[in-house]
Structures are given as C-alpha cells and as structure tokens.
Design a protein around this ligand. Sequence first.
Ligand code: FAD
Length: 423
Amino acid sequence: MKSSSEPHRTCEVTIVGGGIVGLATTYQLLSQRPGTEVVLVEKEPRVAAHQTGHNSGVIHSGLYYKPGSRKAETCVRGSKEMFAFCRAHDIPHERCGKVVVATDPAEIERLDELERRGRANGVQLTRIGPDGLRDVEPHATGLEALHVPDAAIVDYRVVAERLRDLVVEGGGEIRFGARVRSMREAPHGVILETEDGTTIQSATAVTCCGLQSDRVARQTTPDLRTKIVPFRGEYYEVVPERAELVHGMIYPVPDPRFPFLGVHFTRRIGGGVEAGPNAVLALRREGYGRFSFSPRDALDSLGYSGFWRLARRYLKTGLAEIYRSFHKPAFTRALQKLVPEVRSEDLRRGGAGVRAQALDRNGSLIDDFALVETDRIVHVVNAPSPAATASLAIGEEIAGLMRKRMSRHVGSAARDGKRQESA
Ligand SMILES: Cc1cc2nc3c(=O)[nH]c(=O)nc-3n(C[C@H](O)[C@H](O)[C@H](O)COP(=O)(O)OP(=O)(O)OC[C@H]3O[C@@H](n4cnc5c(N)ncnc54)[C@H](O)[C@@H]3O)c2cc1C
C-alpha cells in the first residue's frame, strides 16, 4: 500500500471512505480514466471495517426494489458486474438461491407485489406453493413463496480487499488511519485535512462514509436535510449439526414500511448458516455490542426532529425489536415461522453489523440510494442494502459524474497546490 508522510498533497480526486462503495468508485474511476491521480483516505487501519465487513454477504437479485429506482437499476446491473468481478478474480461465491415465504394469508398480497416488482426489474423467479417450497427447502413451511435461483452469497470483505489491491496496482494511493476531520470547497479546489496531519488539495472529491456520511457531507453542505440513524443488525449462528435445515436462503415477506428484510436464514460462503439480522435502533454508530453507547451519537439521533416523528409512528415495532434483541425465545419464534424445526438450542449468538440509514426531518426513512452533488464534490448520503451488491454499478455512475467534474476543474487544483508548495 502506498503511504506518504507528505504534509501537503495534491491530486485530481480524493475519495473519502474505504468501504465497498468508496473502493468500487475508485476502481471504476481508474478503469474509465487510467492515470487519474486519486487518493483514497480511510480512517481505520484497513478496508471494510464497518458495514462492508459486517453484512449478510448476499448478492441480491433486485426483487424488492421499486422499479425505476436507483436501487433497482444499480442492484440488477451491479449484481451482474459482481458475478463477473468474482469470476475474473477467483473470489468464492455461490448461487445458492433464495425463497421468500408467506406464512400468513395477510402476506399473500405483499408477496404479489414483490413478484410484480421482481418481474418488472427483470429478476428470474418462480411462484411456488408448499410442495414446490419443500423441493427447494425441505425444512421450510409456508403458504406460498417466490423462488429466486440467482440470489447468491459472497464475502464482501474479500471483494473489498481485491478492489483495494486493484486500486493500488492501477496507481491509486490509499491512506489508512487518515480520518478526514475537515473538508471545504474553495474556488481553487477541495481542501481536506486528515487526522494524520496531511492537507490534501484536490480538484474534486467523493465521500462514501457510510455511518458517518451525513457528518462528512455536512462540512461542505451545511443545509443537508437528512441524518444517519444507525440500526444494529444482530445475528445468531445455527449450530453446525443443524445447518442442514437450510439449503440456501430463507426469507420472510418484508414489512413494506421499512427498508429491512426481516430476520432470515442465510448460508455463508465460508461455511455455516446465520440467522438474522434484526434491526434495533443503535446508540452508537460504529458500536457492535448490545450495550455500545456513544453520548455524541445518541444525542445526535435524539436531538433530531425526524427521529421523534419516526419513533412516534413506530414505537411498538421499535420496542418489539429491542425485546427480541434481548430475549432469544422471541428471536427463535420469528425464525420458527419459516423453519418450525429450528430450536432455541440450535442457535448461538453471532456477530452484528450496523446499518447506516438516512432519515429525513419528517421522520421518513429514505428508501433509495441518494447522492448530493456540488460543483466539485459528490457526497453519497444514503447507501444501505443492497449497496454492497450494487457497489460496482454505483461506482460506475459516480466515476462518470467525476469525469465531468474533472473536465471542468482538473489542472487548476494541482497547479494551485504546486504554486502554494513552492511559495
Ligand atoms: C447487518 C447488515 C447486513 C447487510 N447485508 C447486506 C447484504 O447481504 N447484501 C448487500 O448488498 N448489502 C448488505 N448490507 C448493506 C451493505 O453492507 C452496505 O450498503 C455497504 O457496505 C455500504 O458500503 P459503504 O462503503 O457505503 O459503507 P461502509 O462499508 O460503512 O464504509 C464507509 C467507510 O468510510 C469510513 N469513514 C467514515 N468517516 C470517515 C472519515 N471522516 N474519514 C475517513 N474515512 C471515513 C469508514 O471507516 C468506513 O470504512 C448490509 C448491511 C448491514 C449493516
């Protein structure tokens, strides 16, 4: 990994954030415009330290997302690119397929809507009844289901590490331990100061900061209207002796009011089966334990009017999620709706991830991926699931936006920076 102690650095593009979106953007930029002088800065000592390294590892096929939305378009395109990328770089992945199962008559209409969305998005799927379900997942029960054979699994940490290596091979520089603590857009370029004592003057910049994305974006866009609210997702592992209960992935029909998929079973590419994740409001953005707490993060959520509007609307659901987080039998009951044979003793606590979910002042969870653009900067302000699946497509789109900015601005920042250095 290149690293440099230069206190003042100039470049054409700075990318902030070494999760999968920042890495895919840098990779696509270097593919579209080889030789671009790009510096990626990451506050942690490694890539994929947050959402990218703490997720379910599913390559989604595009079933859930509103046709025409950015999520639908980039998930469908991005999953194809992700398969091609994994094949090209020998990254283990497996099309194990998934079923989405309606277990209650009230869910049939929602399953119809998912089927309609899936077909509109071009997802290959089959509607199946209890017998068809038994053929695919012998231990699952339900009234009706959708079978999506193309849904797959991968380890996104491995994908991120490969992207990291390709970025460096392509001439990009990656600086770890370099938290961006200030950022401003000046007439001659974007000025970033990092915690390792470097000032970077860049013609253009992209920020992909996941759980910190609103804070970083607000430095140059003070009127940003959204706030990141963190939702922790906790997993259980199915003990190896009972892993045969699940062949691929088994999902419930999601509640359309929320952008989360409901607790489900997922086979992991490294072996074993996980159950989860739930979605519990977290009091620390990058805290993975049930008792993780940050006064700053908690106050940030609690001091935001949108949070209280959301809380008033969904108080019961929120409390039920907290109860289920602490009460294993409640978690088990949710899973037994899908696989009745699973017992509490078949499950042991696993890891957790924290989702960065943007919320607006009206208390609405922003459903689609969202970018905020200025003259020189693109801020990614909402990239929840399926952004890992869609990362190569999102990166492609942002790389295109940056090329336009570079055609306007490149030359000026580098020249001005060199003048300052020699002054
Ligand atoms: C529990 C869970 C399950 C999920 N399951 C799936 C799934 O199965 N499939 C799927 O497609 N998606 C899934 N997702 C969503 C997916 O993981 C995310 O959408 C994706 O990883 C977002 O990538 P990112 O690069 O935007 O964010 P991150 O991976 O969070 O990366 C952001 C990076 O920015 C860095 N950063 C922040 N602030 C600064 C700063 N000031 N200076 C420098 N660096 C900074 C952080 O350290 C971090 O490394 C899941 C997410 C969670 C939490």
